[in-house]
Design a protein around this ligand. Structure first.
Ligand code: ZN
Length: 495
């Protein structure tokens, strides 16, 4: 068998995070009752005129700047003509010749720079749901007219691993920039994969196929692995690759031919006469650039260099913005980065696996986590008890927020009493009844009241230590923690 290289280009659609749609004032909202966020503009009634949402343009430019693109001086909306029931006006408003952003790219861990070709702004289509034969297909136009960024790469990606890494980094940048939520399970980010294979070292690209609307990274990986293998086997057996669009069936783990692939001239693009050319002012671009917040890499750097966290921890904490935000909210309560990071990395993330949510306060509030950390720091609770307290507080929080988890059958706790970590620790008898301050006093008293005993410390340290521990325990009526007492005594005696 010959050696083959895989050549992959991606087209990613991400819904822009605006309040309203791109050419009308209907709500941009997921999960509304079907066909309730619609008006004559977004369902394309004759005579209805589009009005451009400025925010959608700004956000697309912001995404472009965050990804290192050049911003064009002008951008033109064009009509992409085709007929399909999810597109009632029989054309989609998109950009072809003059998109908003050009170039840019993302650096992969192996050092490769995967280039972007462009980012343009267009409108989303409605959503079709195929029911059984009696009901037929249902259409919901709520999604029609939602602003959609289309991010097109150059064919720089050469494996499923690289594709998934690229998508992960792209998604993270869009979320950190605040321009898109990229909720893949809601269709907020979808990916088309263009794939061809060629003989290793050859400059001639093979014929490519396209797989559309892959909406999870797992699907992207499986579809790429399947399609590369299929094409190589086809060529090896003397066959030819046909340029076509293929449908990926995730259940069957196979792709099937859908239609022969269209070229852009099949769509008869032409400038939309109802929309003006967008002229982009350089000063506006610079203003938008200033609104780009610190992205994952920038936050990671601070966590390592300023907070002293290990590289690995900083990476995990910044992988998802909602985790990084939670960490920073905790820091605002008390600046204990290492302790907070330890609790998040172990206990909080372990629970997140069982209770997926984008809001960690559904698992435990920042205030309660910090209360537990503070009890440990002040030695008002033992370590095992602090873990047990975390369990009690998080269980109460999770059952209070039962309806906020995607896949859980939990009984909701309807009580209105505030969940308070310290109170729960008291109620469960978890607090050390002898405080750290009291212990320090007890140690000082024992040493002051029996000054002669310490003289033998150099000869018989264990015996002397035991003597003083006994005094401290007697003084505290047995409530002091003997290990803590020993630590403090040792430190004093060795002075
Ligand atoms: Zn509308």
């Amino acid at each position: 068998m010959k050696d083959y290289e895989i050549v992959i280009g991606l087209e990613i659609h991400a819904e822009v995070n605006t309040n309203s749609k791109v050419f009308c004032s209907c709500k941009n909202e997921f999960g509304s009752a079907p066909n309730t966020n619609c008006c004559p503009v977004c369902v394309g009634l004759p005579g209805a005129l589009p009005v451009l949402n400025k925010k959608a343009v700004e956000y697309t430019i912001k995404a472009g700047l965050a990804l290192g693109c050049e911003i064009n001086d002008i951008a033109v909306f064009e009509r992409k003509n085709y007929f399909y029931p999810d597109l009632s006006k029989a054309y989609q408003i998109s950009q072809l010749v003059k998109p908003l952003c050009l170039g840019g790219g993302i650096e992969l861990d192996n050092g490769k720079f995967a280039r972007l070709n462009r980012i343009h702004l267009e409108e989303d289509a409605g959503k079709l749901t195929h029911k059984n034969q009696t009901i037929g297909t249902l259409v919901d136009y709520n999604r029609g007219g939602i602003p959609l960024m289309e991010i097109v790469t150059e064919p720089d990606i050469s494996s499923a691993d690289e594709a998934v890494e690229f998508l992960t980094k792209l998604r993270r940048t869009l979320i950190y920039s605040g321009v898109a939520n990229c909720r893949m399970e809601q269709g907020g980010m979808r990916c088309d994969v263009n794939l061809s294979v060629k003989e290793k070292g050859s400059n001639v690209l093979g014929t490519r196929t396209e797989m559309k609307n892959l909406n999870s990274f797992k699907m992207v990986r499986r579809a790429i692995e399947y399609e590369a293998k299929r094409q190589i086997e086809e060529l090896e057996s003397g066959g030819k690759i046909v340029q076509q669009t293929r449908k990926w069936d995730d259940n069957k783990g196979k792709s099937f031919p859908m239609r022969s692939k269209e070229n852009s001239n099949d769509y008869r693009y032409f400038p939309d006469p109802d929309l003006l050319t967008i002229e982009i002012d350089r000063e506006d671009v610079e203003e938008i650039r200033k609104t780009i917040p610190l992205l994952a890499e920038g936050r990671k750097k601070i966590y390592v260099e300023q907070y002293g966290l290990p590289e690995y921890d900083a990476k995990i904490l910044t992988n998802d913005k909602f985790i990084s935000d939670y960490f920073e909210n905790c820091l605002k309560i008390a600046h204990m980065p290492k302790q907070i990071s330890n609790w998040i990395m172990t206990d909080v993330l372990k629970l997140l696996k069982d209770y997926p949510t984008e809001d960690l306060t559904n698992i435990i509030s920042e205030k309660n986590l910090m209360e537990i950390i503070s009890l440990v720091e002040k030695r008002e609770i033992t370590r095992p008890n602090s873990k047990a307290l975390f369990e009690i507080v998080s269980t109460a929080t999770i059952s209070r927020n039962a309806d906020k988890f995607e896949n859980e059958d939990l009984t909701k706790d309807e009580s209105t009493e505030e969940i308070n970590a310290k109170k729960l620790a008291e109620q469960n008898g978890m607090l050390n009844s002898f405080s750290h301050e009291e212990l320090v006093t007890a140690v000082e008293n024992a040493l002051a009241n029996f000054p002669n005993a310490r003289k033998d410390y150099n000869e018989t340290p264990d015996k002397v230590l035991r003597f003083y521990i006994g005094k401290v325990m007697a003084f505290s009526k047995g409530l002091a923690n003997p290990q803590e007492a020993e630590k403090l005594l040792k430190a004093e005696l060795e002075k």
